[in-house]
Ligand binder design. Structure first.
Ligand code: C5P
Length: 315
């Protein structure tokens, strides 16, 4: 095969708790990550030259070495120089559907797809845990994006413990197209306001072992209403304060008869869990007419058990 097309799903955070500082400068987290059907499409095509090229139809996505998908290919090329020399370069074409800089792991899932796809294209035969280990060096969310489904993520967010697959839950996502939130900024702002509450040393480990008990119970019960009630995201404290329009969007969702609403990751995407697809479509209409702003993008989707998947391969 000299070309693969992969589906790269986005994620939402059903839970994000900041526990403390780590010696590597990151934050110790307890998160629950869930894949959703909203996905980008990534095509990898062998090139006869030894270059890595990225093409993307979205103007906010860089096509140079700063793109995480490029860095994923570069990482594999550096780790396996003989394979890179044997197969030549690769062209990565990204068809974007996931909003950019949105707290939905759009960049991370693209990088995850490149790792999974290059493993196939270059016949490396890496195991899932080897791919996840490589992924963790690119970004904290990359291992989860490779695996997908529902998982507890601790450490920087790269240590995963699987949770049972959820029956599909319908949801609506809302994101202001022109508003981007930088993840480093969100964590820095959180540290500035709440750093004095951080746990240190051994207490970090103890705290991480009892995290998010209530929502885990709700997931084990497969109860969407209970899950919605137990959702939490510490980063809301800084992002909603800095961006009142995101707070207003969250309040509009909350008043639209949803099971529950929350910001995903470092935002600014807000999502609302709904009882059914019909209810999600009604919520979308209600929020659209309440806010009436063409900059607001609303998307109906649902949870999925799928991580990176191969759509097709060609020779
Ligand atoms: O790992 P990733 O590159 O996605 O993280 C982006 C930024 O978010 C990091 O550079 C860091 O500033 C912040 N971050 C953090 N603690 C984490 C994950 C991310 O402080 N556990």
């Amino acid at each position: 095969m000299n070309s693969y097309t992969l589906i790269a799903p986005a994620k939402i955070n059903l839970y994000l708790e900041i526990i403390g500082d780590r010696s590597d400068g990151y934050h110790e987290l307890a998160m629950i990550l869930q894949s959703i059907e909203l996905a980008d499409r990534i095509e990898l095509r062998s090139l006869s030259t030894d270059s890595i090229r990225v093409r993307c139809d979205h103007q906010m996505v860089p096509q140079d070495q700063s793109n995480l998908a490029y860095r994923a290919a570069e990482l594999i090329a550096k780790q396996f120089p003989e394979t890179f020399a044997k197969y030549g370069g690769v062209e990565i074409t990204i068809t974007k559907h996931i909003p950019v800089a949105a707290g939905l792991a759009g960049g991370s899932t693209n990088a995850a797809a490149v790792l999974v796809g290059l493993d196939l294209l270059w016949k490396l035969g890496l195991t899932q845990s080897e791919l996840e280990e490589l992924g963790a060096t690119l970004g904290s969310d990359v291992p989860f994006c490779i695996r997908g489904g529902c998982a507890i993520a601790t450490g920087r967010g790269e240590q995963l413990s699987p949770l049972p697959n959820l029956k599909p839950i319908h949801l609506v996502l809302g994101k202001y197209k022109s508003l981007e939130v930088s993840t480093p900024w969100a964590y820095k702002a959180y540290r500035a306001s709440f750093g004095d509450t951080y746990l240190k040393g051994d207490s970090l480990v103890n705290r991480a072992s009892v995290h998010s008990k209530e929502i885990v119970k709700a997931i084990l019960h497969q109860d969407a209403k209970e899950i919605a009630q137990k959702m939490h995201n510490d980063l809301e404290k800084v992002v909603l304060t800095a961006h009142p329009q995101v707070l207003q969007l969250r309040e509009t969702f909350a008043n639209a008869g949803v099971l529950g609403t929350m910001m995903s990751g470092s935002g600014p995407t807000v999502f609302a869990l709904c009882e059914s697809e019909n209810s999600a479509l009604l919520v979308l209409q209600q929020v659209e007419s309440a806010i009436a702003n063409s900059d607001l993008e609303l998307i109906v989707t649902r949870t999925t058990t799928q991580g990176i998947a191969i759509e097709r391969s060609h020779s």
